[in-house]
Write a protein that binds this ligand. Structure first.
Ligand SMILES: [Zn+2]
Length: 342
């Protein structure tokens, strides 16, 4: 459930209207996100991508969000004939030697592939007209085998994950949106967020393209359990505000004659969403604490994000709890990040 979000100016396919449109869009949990769980080709592509990294023994292949992929593959292979197995092996090897070498899903060719395959549904024929020829060939060869050995289980996994998440959204979604819009003083879009569920996405478990398209993974792991899917879907959704939050932080930094720490905005997203969910469910340990992300770096920063922790847990948390204004809190955060560490 680690996420990065980038803006990419690429095409987006139309969103299927699988939600009930209502007049008071923002107050209805069902209209916050437009989910799909049946994107056959999107699931296949991401599964091959994740398996390709596992076969290459990349360090991120052991992360929780993808750790079960090889065992899942082994179980599926038992259902196949020798010929089918060699077709599948060739597909995984093909990904391992090409697309799976790439660690970021935000760069071409992976980013446009995800966007093109999102929302294409459960169709037999390869849906997009325009696609990388080699990748298309690999996907088409693997499709029948994937459909036989893995897709029924992956699709059921997606549906099960979504059913649980929908229940959480029905219950808590409107309250979370209300809290986040109050804290950030920004309005939530009326258009449901296009959100696609796949069995395996990437080692971070979820990613999004700045408010335009989100991919969540459904496989069983401890960070897909309890309230983590709820935190995850809102964490990703928060990246829709990245540009505006950057501007607001920058305005404070300009006033103070300092620069904004590049991981500040993302650290606030992690903390804020985790804390908002925890206020609703006191047993919830926010992801940033549970995974101890404080030890590591975020958003390309060179120093661990933990240096921002005291200021966030004091000043920003106090602001969330009702003390002062947003811009006072942003100003204090910018100042704290600019000050040398004690
Ligand atoms: Zn994020």
């Amino acid at each position: 459930m680690r996420h990065i979000s980038r803006r990419i100016g690429a095409l987006l396919v139309a969103v299927s209207t699988c939600w009930a449109a209502g007049p008071a869009a923002q107050s209805q949990a069902s209209s916050l996100f437009a989910f799909t769980t049946n994107d056959f080709w999107l699931n296949l592509h991401h599964y091959l991508y994740v398996l390709g990294r596992a076969h290459r023994r990349m360090p991120d292949a052991t992360q929780l969000a993808v750790a079960s992929a090889p065992e899942d593959e082994r179980q599926g292979l038992l259902l196949l004939t020798d010929e089918e197995r060699s077709i599948w092996d060739a597909s995984v090897t093909g990904y391992a030697s090409s697309l799976s070498r790439q660690s970021s899903v935000f760069q071409p060719p992976l980013a446009p592939m995800t966007i093109t395959l999102a929302n294409t549904g459960d169709v037999t024929g390869f849906p997009p007209a325009s696609f990388d020829a080699a990748a298309r060939g690999t996907l088409e060869r693997a499709a029948t085998v994937y459909r036989k050995a893995w897709w029924p289980r992956h699709r059921a996994m997606n549906d099960q994950y979504l059913a649980r998440l929908q229940q959480q959204l029905e219950r808590d979604g409107p309250a979370i949106v209300e809290a986040l819009t109050r804290i950030y003083q920004l309005s939530w879009p009326e258009r449901p967020y296009p959100t696609h569920v796949v069995a395996y996405a990437n080692w971070q478990g979820a990613f999004s393209f700045t408010g335009r398209l989100m991919v969540l993974s459904s496989n069983n792991n401890s960070f897909n359990d309890r309230w983590y899917p709820l935190e995850c879907v809102f964490h990703e959704a928060m990246h829709q505000w990245d540009d505006r939050v950057s501007q607001a932080l920058q305005a404070q930094a300009t006033r103070q004659g300092v620069t904004v720490a590049q991981d500040m905005s993302h650290a606030l997203v992690f903390f804020t969403v985790g804390y908002v969910v925890q206020r609703l469910h006191p047993d919830h340990e926010p992801f940033i604490d549970a995974a101890n992300l404080w030890r590591g770096t975020l958003s390309g920063a060179r120093v661990p994000v933990g240096r921002l922790r005291p200021a966030i847990q004091a000043t920003w948390k106090a602001y969330i709890d009702g003390r002062g204004t947003r811009d006072e809190a942003f100003a204090a955060m910018v100042a704290a990040a600019a000050a040398p560490s004690p």
